[in-house]
Design a binder for this molecule. Structure first.
Ligand code: HEM
Length: 301
């Protein structure tokens, strides 16, 4: 039996990340934890482009398989789990016959001869991963000081990438009404809501800076960054915990993550920003036309 060493490496990486986060909280320095999260996101997402969608998805499902099968007999029937059609939907397929239903449906959607759908997935994860990285560059090199012009140009480029990444996601989500294992229409509209949180906060940030409101721009871009962390990391980590707990209820864990990850990420970012601003005595609310005196990430550093 082949042993999926890559999945074990992901578990080790997640444990190391947790350690970095705890150390960061104790020392009030989060640079390493943020950098590690970005790097791990890139490692996970780039493999889709290297190995292709079916292999990338089989790896992704494999990350969830171990906890989902914990304590289950090999032939156990669980409402939220099923077996793969071709026996290859997970890197653990030789060991576990049952996998989360949304996982098997995810694999089936992309192993089928569906070139347009596969292209949309590649474009979605490529552009959104790029935006995920570049938004941190923007927050480090704010629009004030020596990087003013670069910040402006990269901001525009990043907005185009975001439009493409979110556009592809919405297109993919428009098919989910026909996928009961995801939650059907509830999944479809949940992804629309996620897209609205991500894109809506970015648009608010753009409108603010176009109106000369630097404080508002910084506030909305923090919220936007929160929705991005929410829709990627909070989504996947929460699903990792909830999926085994709710395995008797098909699609429930997935739907919770689809609907709540982006708003929750935004809320967490808002709380962090307000604390940073309060400590630095910066305005915590937008006052249209006012100058923050520092750039987007300003007080965060
Ligand atoms: C605007 C918010 C987002 C929406 C609405 C969204 C939506 C989706 C949809 C619909 C799928 C495909 C499921 C299917 O059709 O079967 C998907 C998969 C995926 N998305 Fe997103 N997504 C968002 C944010 C992100 C971000 C920020 C990233 C990367 C940083 C990302 C990376 C991925 C990846 C890698 C997959 C494949 C599954 C995995 O390995 O995690 N998405 N997303």
């Amino acid at each position: 039996m082949t042993f999926p060493i890559g999945v074990i490496a992901v578990y080790v990486a997640l444990a190391m990340w947790l350690l970095l986060l705890v150390l960061g909280i104790r020392k009030r320095r989060y640079g390493w934890a943020i950098g590690f999260g970005i790097a791990l996101m890139l490692v996970l997402n780039v493999r889709y482009l290297v190995e292709g969608a079916p292999a990338g998805i089989a790896f992704f499902i494999g990350i969830y398989d171990v906890l989902n099968n914990l304590g289950l007999a090999p032939d156990a029937q669980v409402a939220g789990m099923t077996s793969c059609g071709d026996g290859r939907c997970s890197v653990w397929a030789e060991r576990f016959t049952m996998h989360t239903s949304w996982g098997v449906a995810f694999y089936d959607r992309f192993v089928a001869d569906a070139p347009l759908r596969t292209m949309l997935l590649y474009a979605h994860l490529f552009f959104n991963s790029l935006v995920f990285v570049l938004m941190h560059v923007q927050m480090l090199r704010t629009g004030l000081g020596p990087y003013r012009q670069a910040h402006k140009v990269l901001g525009r480029v990043n907005f185009v990438f975001l439009t493409l990444g979110v556009g592809c996601a919405v297109w993919l989500a428009s098919e989910h009404g026909a996928v009961p294992q995801y939650g059907g229409r509830l999944a479809e509209f949940g992804f629309y809501s996620m897209a609205a949180f991500v894109y809506g906060t970015a648009i608010m940030g753009v409108l603010a800076i176009r109106a000369g409101d630097r404080v508002g721009h910084r506030i909305w871009m923090w919220r936007f960054a929160g929705t991005m962390w929410g829709s990627f990391w909070l989504f996947r980590v929460t699903l990792f915990v909830l999926d085994p707990l709710l395995r008797e209820h098909e699609a429930v864990a997935l739907l919770v993550c689809i609907w709540f990850s982006a708003p929750l990420g935004m809320l967490i970012a808002e709380v962090i920003r307000r604390r940073i601003d309060a400590a630095a005595r910066l305005p915590t609310m937008s006052t249209k036309g006012a100058s923050a005196g520092r750039g987007i990430a300003g007080a965060g550093r």
